[in-house]
Design a protein around this ligand. Structure first.
Ligand SMILES: Cc1ncc(C[n+]2csc(CCOP(=O)(O)OP(=O)(O)O)c2C)c(N)n1
Ligand SMILES: [Mg+2]
Length: 582
């Protein structure tokens, strides 16, 4: 006989799959056994994909990566007690970055709570304000299951995670929800007969009408695309005739209005100083120039709040809108206006490009990076000799150690729209943001809270989802610092039978957290203390670590080795270690 727990679990998972859920991440546990075993059955039936992780912290971030890539809520199942709390970092990140997640936490029934029962704490609401929709339900003790009630509950969970309500209207924030289910003994039974599939994916329609944004008569508008802004930011910049400042993980870093080297331009009175209106998409986190521009006196700020996350409004006085539509109503748009707009954008774009080229050239000439030998009488040389000299210099460049800039440029160069790029927090994402030109590549990053945690698991989720859903999907590359890798090293653990992601973990190893060397206090604090408590030095053998987890390992100490390592084919995950100087 099927136990009520198992019947309930089957009904719930069937309903979640019917509502559109595709991925279930779970960790082993006794209280959650009915859910886990049911999930395995649905996977066999081809109705769900199951991912098993020992550590719930890895499971939570894996679910986050899967949902970030698919846009569909993923379900993460845990047993009771501390297991649930291990999801907290991923839940917070999901909340702040607007990624849909369904936490399915198994619990003990009411009569066993608050009496010191083993592995029992207060689970509903554990995530406080990070989770807006929480339900505490009991699997029935006996008797038939009310499948329609379960179906309604599951549909509500999916709709809420997607930022809608059960009536199908969009308008709230996407993010994590919690469905806490109490199970009684017997906690499961072996027999499993799956309810028939009745697919009816949740579809949500936006309710808010777009706000009209007028093309400026005096072209002093700038569009800022922060993290996860999406391609709309680029389209709006073009429609407004406005320059576009797009962070590297904005999804809008392309197009004719894109401004390179935007930090320098925003600091310049002739550029940033002239801006009167800023339209913000996404969540800018990578420079100090953007918040300082948005809080400057006399600046009009319009924040376009994506269905995902909270509005970015450092001035606390922005006009926050749900969507925009560019109108030319009051501009009397004539050819003169268009020419003025073109000149305004052109100055930004061209000056930014020249700055970037100059910086790139300076980096190539840097005495640290180039061979000190100079050739005399260069101007007298024949064309052939000049070409030979050029080639010699190129070859020498390839033999040189990798700098952060070279690492950023190499990753960007080898990545294409069918690939995925995931950027860890800390220095390297900023390096990319400063040096890479426009290119339409899918870039992910956990910028909701910019934690260094969970990066390997998040990237694994992105790799697994993209390689499953897109037969032409390329490689997922995640760029991390050494501490960022070590923080989430447990996520390298792929159990037997788990799908191995096509994932390159590219580690810029500088022996600790060098981002802290740039803190102002580093100039005055004791170097020993800074090293001990901020840099946190280590000498972990990453090759041995990769070996322990059954991953490939490649060291790329020169630019040539790096280029080779990034484009090589690996039949599974690989660690590519790039030594960097402190
Ligand atoms: C969970 C978490 N803990 C601590 C921090 C603070 N933090 C920001 S960057 C960083 C060091 C990162 O070092 P590494 O990954 O080696 O990058 P590097 O700066 O050396 O390039 C730390 C600890 C954080 N962002 N998230
Ligand atoms: Mg480091």
């Amino acid at each position: 006989m099927t136990s009520p727990s198992t019947e309930y679990a089957l009904s719930l998972l069937a309903s979640l799959a019917d509502a559109g859920v595709r991925d279930v991440v779970l960790s082993p546990g006794s209280r959650s056994q009915a859910l886990a075993l049911a999930a395995a059955e649905f996977e066999t039936a081809g109705r769900l994909t199951v991912h098993v992780r020992i550590d719930e912290r890895s499971g939570g971030f894996l679910a986050l990566g899967l949902a970030a890539e698919t846009g569909v809520p993923s379900v993460v199942i845990t047993t009771s007690g501390t297991a649930v709390a291990n999801l907290h970092p991923a839940v917070l990140e999901a909340h702040h970055s607007g990624v849909p997640l369904i936490v399915l936490s198994a619990d003990r029934p009411l009569e066993m709570r608050g009496i010191g029962a083993n592995q029992t704490t207060v689970q509903p609401g554990l995530f406080a304000s990070a989770v807006g929709w929480v339900r505490d339900v009991e699997a029935p003790r006996s008797g038939p299951i009310d499948h329609e009630a379960v179906r309604t509950l599951a549909r509500e969970a999916v709709a809420e995670a997607l930022g809608g309500d059960s009536h199908g209207a969009l308008g709230r924030s996407r993010g994590p929800v919690q469905l806490n289910v109490a199970f009684r003994e017997p906690l499961s039974s072996g027999e499993q007969s799956l309810p028939a599939a009745r697919p009816e994916p949740i579809e949500l329609a936006p309710t808010a009408a777009p706000t009209a944004l007028e093309v400026d008569t005096d072209p002093a508008t700038l569009v800022v695309a922060g993290h996860a802004a999406g391609p709309e930011a680029e389209a709006v910049a073009r429609a407004l005739g406005a320059p576009l400042v797009a962070e590297v993980s904005s999804g809008a870093r392309f197009g004719p209005h894109l401004v390179s080297s935007y930090r320098a331009l925003l600091d310049d009175p002739d550029f940033g100083g002239r801006v009167r209106r800023v339209v913000v998409f996404g969540h800018p986190t990578l420079s100090r120039q953007i918040p300082s521009l948005l809080t400057r006196d006399g600046i009009e700020v319009v924040v376009v709040r994506a269905a995902g996350a909270e509005a970015y409004d450092p001035s606390r006085s922005a006009r926050v809108v749900e969507a925009v539509e560019v109108s030319r109503a009051s501009s009397g748009a004539g050819s003169t206006d268009d020419a003025v707009h073109r000149a305004w954008v052109g100055r930004w774009v061209h000056t930014g490009r020249r700055l970037l080229e100059a910086e790139a050239e300076a980096a190539r000439q840097d005495p640290d990076q180039t061979d000190a030998t100079t050739v005399e009488g260069a101007s007298d040389r024949s064309e052939a000799a000049e070409q030979a000299e050029f080639l010699r210099r190129e070859v020498q460049l390839l033999r040189r150690p990798v700098t952060r800039r070279a690492l950023a440029e190499a990753l960007w160069r080898v990545s294409w729209p069918h690939d995925r790029l995931v950027l860890g927090a800390s220095r390297l994402i900023r390096e990319l943001d400063q040096v890479v030109p426009g290119k339409k590549i899918p870039v992910h990053a956990n910028r909701g809270l910019a934690g260094i945690d969970g990066t390997i698991a998040t990237a694994t989720g992105i790799a697994l989802a993209s390689q499953r859903d897109d037969p032409a999907a390329g490689t997922t590359r995640v760029l991390v610092g050494d501490l960022t890798l070590l923080h989430d090293v447990g996520s390298m653990l792929l159990g037997l039978g788990e799908t191995r992601p096509r994932l390159q973990v590219v580690v810029g190893n500088d022996g600790g957290g060098t981002i802290f060397d740039g803190l102002e206090v580093a100039a005055t604090a004791s170097p020993e203390a800074m090293t001990r408590v901020q840099f946190t030095p280590h000498e972990v053998d990453l090759a041995a670590l990769a070996l322990a987890y059954g991953w490939r390992y490649v060291e790329a100490a020169t630019r040539a080795e790096l280029d080779q390592a990034l484009v090589a084919r690996y039949d599974g995950p690989v660690v590519i270690e790039v030594p960097l100087s402190r």
